[in-house]
Ligand binder design. Structure first.
Ligand code: PXP
Length: 247
């Protein structure tokens, strides 16, 4: 079976380096062009409420230059929803967001805020944006995601990637089952968070994967091999995926 697994490169941390000094470099647009040249299928950025890395203008710039998909990660926040509706990225991934966190912690509680999430899913979908919900591999959250009209879920791999031993095996089992449940509910299955060259192999045991969104490790590895090579190395690893094989 041919490899259909796609890579979305999250380039937030190119902006982290820029914002650390308030410079105009490194360029987000140049980074995106490198990822595109290396064969990435999409670019992901998270426009956070605190604008700690990606800025509004970055998202506009990416939308106008990219030949591959733009995936905007965003919280359920009216200001950010309005920006998304103005930019109209190909995809939007709704994530939970806390000011004090270092990075997204845990999946979105869709079951606990069905009306609020459902409203944003509807608004963005009506505008032609494909919406995914970033959720833990929890059957209740997956059922709620389908119920609010999401066509795509991104399963949160961060807990697995941070775990070891028995906890890692149990979380991998949850991810494998979660992917199957999401597929059975008719949703496209993506995954992401915390994936690197060392831990990707077990992640590829998840069935029905469409796209992996990977950021921090690709940008970190780029310091040593360059961004294009770093993207190519990850894609080569993803080439081991043997496709949409269910449980
Ligand atoms: N997917 C989502 C929903 C995220 O919030 C993030 C982090 O911004 C990623 C994927 C990428 O995670 P990492 O940077 O750990 O590869």
């Amino acid at each position: 079976m041919s490899n259909k697994l796609e890579l979305g490169v999250n380039i937030d941390h190119v902006a982290t380096v820029r914002q650390a000094r308030g410079t105009c470099y490194p360029s987000i647009v140049e980074a995106a062009a490198c990822c595109e040249a290396a064969g990435a299928h999409g670019i992901t950025v998270h426009l956070r409420e605190d604008r700690r890395h990606i800025q509004d203008q970055d998202v506009y710039d990416l939308k106008s230059m990219l030949n591959i998909r733009l995936n905007l990660e965003m919280a359920v926040n009216p200001e950010i929803v309005d920006i998304a509706l103005d930019i109209l990225p190909e995809e939007a991934c709704i994530v939970p967001e806390k000011r004090e966190e270092l990075t997204t912690e845990g999946g979105l509680d869709v079951a606990g805020q069905k009306d609020e999430v459902g409203h944003v899913v509807q608004k963005l979908t009506d505008a032609g944006v494909e919406v995914s919900l970033f959720v833990d591999p929890d059957p209740e959250q997956l059922e709620a995601s389908a119920a609010v009209g999401a066509k795509v879920v991104e399963l949160h791999t961060g807990t697995f990637c941070d775990a070891s031993g028995k906890a890692a095996s149990e979380e991998l089992e949850r991810l494998i089952k979660g992917a199957q449940i999401a597929h059975n509910l008719g949703m496209i299955v993506n995954a992401g968070h915390g994936i690197n060259l060392d831990n990707i192999e077990p992640v590829l045991k998840m069935p029905w994967l469409n796209t992996l969104n990977i950021g921090h490790s690709i940008i970190a590895q780029a310091l040593f091999v360059g961004l294009e090579q770093s993207v190519r190395d990850m894609m080569a690893r993803m080439g081991q995926y043997n496709g949409c094989v269910g449980l």
